[in-house]
Design a protein around this ligand. Structure first.
Ligand SMILES: [Fe+2]
Ligand SMILES: [Fe+2]
Length: 216
């Protein structure tokens, strides 16, 4: 009985550790992507928001690194150096509107939705380590959504509709690219006790909500 009950615990710790590594890698990538974007952002409010986000993401990386050390996670990266370079390249090449859609709707909002669904299943230490990062992510999403709405309001109705119509495909393409990284995200989620189908359904609901907010 003892070994049977220990197996899921070690499985949980290993999988949660990997999810923490992934989250930290994504945060560090976002930090670098936002830092690069400051120079070409269209105006001062955008530059200030990006600069604040760089500071926030750096803090998240610090918090997560400290927690992973205490948690005893193997810190081998899940995203390889060449995959990281490909991700940076993708964001680097995006015009401002596309940058807002991909980074804030897809990575920040939908990524946070997935992490938030994991929080209730997490051990107290992990839950605590996610508290500050997740509350900052809400700020980042709020900036991205409101900025995207402002930019869209400046376009003609036809241009606006045309852009909004491309967002679901953009999200699908990024989601496919994410799965194409070869990380067994579904398996990791299952091993921390998440029901992958209901987690996917929660992300899909959030996606619809975001699309409505942006299109309104
Ligand atoms: Fe973050
Ligand atoms: Fe963020």
């Amino acid at each position: 009985m003892r070994t049977l009950s220990l197996a899921p615990v070690s499985q949980y710790r290993e999988a949660m550790g990997q999810l923490l590594v992934l989250y930290t890698q994504v945060d560090r990538l976002i930090m670098e992507i936002c830092a690069e974007r400051i120079a070409t952002a269209p105006d001062e409010p955008a530059r200030l928001a990006l600069a604040k986000q760089v500071g926030d993401e750096s803090r998240h990386v610090c918090i997560q690194r400290q927690w992973m050390e205490r948690f005893g996670t193997t810190t081998t990266p899940l995203i390889s150096a060449s995959q990281e370079a490909m991700i940076r390249e993708h964001f680097r090449g995006l015009p401002w509107l596309e940058f807002l859609a991909d980074l804030y709707l897809c990575v920040e909002a939908l990524g946070s939705e997935a992490v938030e669904n994991i929080v209730p299943l997490a051990d107290p230490g992990t839950r605590e380590s996610l508290h500050v990062p997740l509350s900052d992510e809400q700020d980042h999403v709020a900036f991205g959504v409101s900025r995207l709405r402002d930019e869209l309001a400046r376009l003609s109705p036809a241009q606006r509709h045309a852009f909004v119509a491309t967002i679901p495909q953009r999200i699908d393409r990024l989601t496919q690219a994410f799965h194409g990284l070869g990380i067994d995200v579904a398996g990791l989620f299952a091993r921390v006790g998440a029901d992958y189908d209901s987690l996917s359904a929660a992300v899909a609901r959030r996606r619809d909500e975001l699309l409505q907010q942006v299109a309104a």
